[in-house]
Design a protein around this ligand. Sequence first.
Ligand code: TTP
Ligand code: MN
Ligand code: MN
Ligand code: MN
Length: 365
Amino acid sequence: EEQSVEVPVFSAASYVCQRHTGQPGHNPLLTESLAVLAESAELNGDEGRGLAFRRSEALLRSLDRRVQGMTDLRGLPCLGEHSRRVIQDVLVNGRSSEVEETKASSRYKAMKVLTGVFGVGVKTAKRWFTEGICLKHYADLNQPVTRDEADSVSVTVEAAVCSVLPGAQVTLAGGFRRGKTSGHDVDFLITHPDEGKEEGLVRKVVACLESRGFLLYHQTTKNTYQESAQGAGRPSSNMDRFERCFSIFKLTNGGDPRDTRRAQEQAEGREPDQTASAGSRPWRAVRVDLVVSPISQFAFALLGWTGSKLFEREMRRWAVHEKSMTLSSHALYDKNQERYLRASSEEEIFSHLGLEYVSPSGRNA
Ligand code: TTP
Ligand code: MN
Ligand code: MN
Ligand code: MN
């Protein structure tokens, strides 16, 4: 095509956090293929390779049009040789044999079952869950959480939080804040305008929820964060140290939960109700994360818990390599100035980092 000779068809910045990445993008076949290879590399413990595929995937998802041919991709960052080979395969043959083989492998299928349920790495899943919990709620947890269900959990959480600490604020974070219409869990960030009031809040909220019969499982961890002269945490660690609760909610539905489930399955063209046990009872299990942050760290916590994981990771990489700063879900530390940079909004954090603001819906990398 004549126009692609001189003028590049696409241009893109090289860090994910410099771009707007929506859902699902204009090249679903390509991005899904790369996602499979990313997943497979991650499952094999090859993080570097996984990350390379994730970056390629995010790059393609950020493009504002369909890719027609390989020449469209000239000059674009983040696309390694391997990714380009896969893309070419899909563009030319409509499919990639490597992707097909990966999807068919029993190792991939087995691992996919586990990570699909928990939406976390295999190691994390094993650490957090006993096999019993996994099996008991398998069918429910394997079923994506809808936006309506997330809203329903929100109502329950807000009521509990408000009753144990009036004035506390509950914010929906994670994928739903990024505008996703379904997720593997529901994430909430809780804070209080008076610093210190939030201490020990997770335990109180959990006790309240438990007494009201909303919890099937919960595991609470204490806040262990302390600012240090060395700066804001290890940039390589994506685990933060907030007081948090990893839980499984018993979500009761006002109406008949089978109606919404069937409707949803039909809409998605799936076979109706394979989660046999769920059909006979008026509730279902839903994964919920509750995180409590002091108000002084709230903007950082919100940014961190909104994700996506790749977006966060890229922001931290940008901070270190381009700005000599370390960013975590708690703070931003400027290594040149040897001081913490405060922020009371996400916009301020982007601005400290010399980045244009990307709204939550653009962080779906
Ligand atoms: P997730 O709930 O794992 O992912 P998600 O909400 O983006 O997508 P899904 O629909 O599959 O649930 O994590 C939400 C964000 O929270 C993610 O950006 C990473 C962040 N996070 C932390 O900051 N610390 C943690 O310990 C964990 C587990 C997640
Ligand atoms: Mn989530
Ligand atoms: Mn979560
Ligand atoms: Mn208990």
